[in-house]
Design a protein around this ligand. Sequence first.
Ligand SMILES: Cc1cc2nc3c(=O)[nH]c(=O)nc-3n(C[C@H](O)[C@H](O)[C@H](O)COP(=O)(O)O)c2cc1C
Length: 470
Amino acid sequence: MASLTSYASAAAEVTHLSQQDAAEIDEQLMGALGFSVDQLMELAGLSVAAAVAEVYKLGEYTRVLIICGPGNNGGDGLVAARHLYHFGYRPSVCYPKRTPKPLYSSLVTQLESLAIPFVPVEDLPGNLSEEFNIIIDAMFGFSFHGTPRPPFDDLIHRLVSLSVIGNSAKRPAIVSVDIPSGWHVEEGNANGEGLKPDMLVSLTAPKLCARKFTGPHHFLGGRFVPPPILSKYGLNLPPYPGTSMCVRIGKAPSVDISSLRENYISPELLEKQVMPDPFDQFIRWFDEAVTAGLREPNAMALTTANKEGKPSSRMVLLKGVDKQGFVWYTNYGSQKAHDLSENPNAALLLYWNEMNRQVRVEGSVQKVPEEESEKYFHSRPRGSQLGAIASKQSTVIAGREVLQQAYKELEQKYSDGSMVPKPDYWGGYRLTPKLFEFWQGQKSRLHDRLQYSPREVDGSTVWHIERLCP
Ligand SMILES: Cc1cc2nc3c(=O)[nH]c(=O)nc-3n(C[C@H](O)[C@H](O)[C@H](O)COP(=O)(O)O)c2cc1C
């Protein structure tokens, strides 16, 4: 069976900190580097919540129990509870040894204002698996040493008994904040009888014990480490992607593609509700995709075939749609253009994942009139105009620098700001549809599929709507 596996780059080289270095770094952050403990706690808790949300998707995982210890690790847990609430989860907090400092009591007040329940240890359900999908262990951090005292010894024991059930859907996922509670900060799960969390969110940098973590999800959080700390401790940490507050360390677990299955829940797509004209129906759905804020709702797969019928697909951007057809722009020397010159039949596919919708459109393709391409070319940003000239799309080049050189020369050539002429080998295509299908995902694979095909009725063409089996 096919499997998808991705690897975080340079996983093996990530630095692991000793307990002493970790303590020193904290001191420097909160000393010379100007951070307050509240700030670091806020960012740490946000990272934990972000990592949890990245792995344990809402819908399947909703109810979260956060067990907070008396120190900073517990504070990180309280902050994570607040963020998880705002992300849409239903957190409950078990905070048996409250710290009477303003930072902690303010966090409690914030959680109380969100009506997040605080569950006393004695009121925790006997079977945690029935009540919670995720348990966050925020009991002890890297500064802890010794043996956990009541009630934490028993709480850790309960999590240990849960974690031996194995990686089954029948028990909550266990997430540890920075250090799995009860572990030695450097030696880890020394006697092998401690907690085995499914996820570890290391903060600032992984501590030495994280080398012994064998669960499927190791993340780094605490996106605040400034360059003086990185250089002083020779830290090699993975870069955070985009605006993310967490980054995966090491290998992601492999995914069995055959097990990826969504149970779609959507409004029904009924014959009596759809527009009689498929162009109107398309525009209605397209507008809804735009309103829903989907990223590039106009991205579509274009499939062409050459004269031997050999197919090929690629993404293009829909740049116009009206009753004449669907328009995109490209290079007339590209492979798709070559296919279309031999065989004008093509298919378009738009997929709006978040709305459980796909639209298929099939028809024949012609170039758009030159003036239309001209007008569109000049509406594009200048960089895209130059890029279109520089790229002899679908041809082989010796290296990226060839393209960069061509682009640079064009920049110089048009540095006076004069109009960039559209090259003859660039322009639009329009697909005139002969078939549409609107697909709406539904529960238990009972999806809606409505197909529109043209029929001649009394000398004029009307669109005939049929329902297809999913
Ligand atoms: C989201 C997305 C949008 C794209 N839009 C276009 C486009 O509008 N026009 C285009 O020529 N290539 C576009 N591309 C690049 C094409 O997928 C493809 O690489 C290129 O057109 C060459 O294809 P060909 O060699 O089959 O002709 C897009 C790629 C992606 C991923």
